[in-house]
Design a binder for this molecule. Structure first.
Ligand code: HEM
Length: 192
């Protein structure tokens, strides 16, 4: 059971995060290699729009809107925020001039990871610990013995649940910081 939890859930999670990092470096490298750094500068706009569009799922979930299949919208939310974040990460590149956009980027990173933990690790791990508990009970262990046997898995599960709870508060931090960055850039460009 332990190995399948690793193979079926932890590994895809690590891979998807690794692909995000690798694609960021590859994208940044290509832009610099072909003197297209300016493209990266504007990539912040479609990336941001993609993330905003993906929030339609949250409106649907909270019943502010009625149209659309929630399951399909969740897929769209997961894919859209992942791709939008990739575009924003390429946009951020390896340029360090200002602190505000970097704080926004860190918040966005925590946001993406917390969402992925919720989707890829939490439910499966919960089932895993429940399965373990049931097995130990079947073997006739007492309640305290069962709790001792699953202790570390339960601790890990607790940490994941907390991590999942971070998703919405950190989104608010991300949104405020990103808005600050976008507002100041638009002001600088004379767009507002
Ligand atoms: C409408 C969307 C956006 C626009 C138009 C935009 C525009 C820009 C521009 C023009 C720069 C270059 C600033 C400079 O050279 O000093 C920049 C840098 C940056 N942006 Fe954005 N951006 C957008 C969205 C975002 C978002 C959502 C994030 C992060 C979550 C972000 C993170 C960054 C970072 C980390 C940098 C590099 C800062 C540095 O040089 O230290 N941007 N952005």
């Amino acid at each position: 059971m332990k190995s399948s939890l690793w193979r079926e859930h932890v590994l895809p999670f690590t891979l998807l995060l690794g692909v995000l990092a690798a694609a960021t470096f590859a994208g940044d490298y290509v832009l610099h290699r072909f003197n297209l750094v300016w493209v990266g500068r504007y990539m912040g706009i479609p990336g941001t729009l993609l993330i905003i569009g993906s929030l339609y799922y949250s409106l649907r979930k909270r019943k502010f809107v009625k149209a659309g299949d929630p399951k399909a919208l969740l897929k769209m939310h997961e894919f859209g925020t992942w791709l939008g974040s990739l575009m924003v990460l390429i946009h951020a590149g390896i340029h360090f001039n200002a602190i505000l956009p970097w704080l926004a980027t860190v918040a966005m990173g925590v946001n993406v990871i917390s969402g992925m933990v919720g989707k890829m690790l939490l439910n499966q791990s919960r089932q895993h610990v429940q399965g373990e508990r049931a097995q130990y009970q079947l073997r006739g262990l007492s309640k305290s013995e069962v709790e001792r046997a699953v202790f570390w898995d339960a601790v890990a599960l607790g940490a994941m649940t907390q991590w999942r709870k971070v998703h919405i508060p950190i989104f608010i931090v991300f949104a405020v910081l990103a808005l600050g960055h976008i507002f100041s850039i638009f002001l600088f460009w004379g767009w507002i």
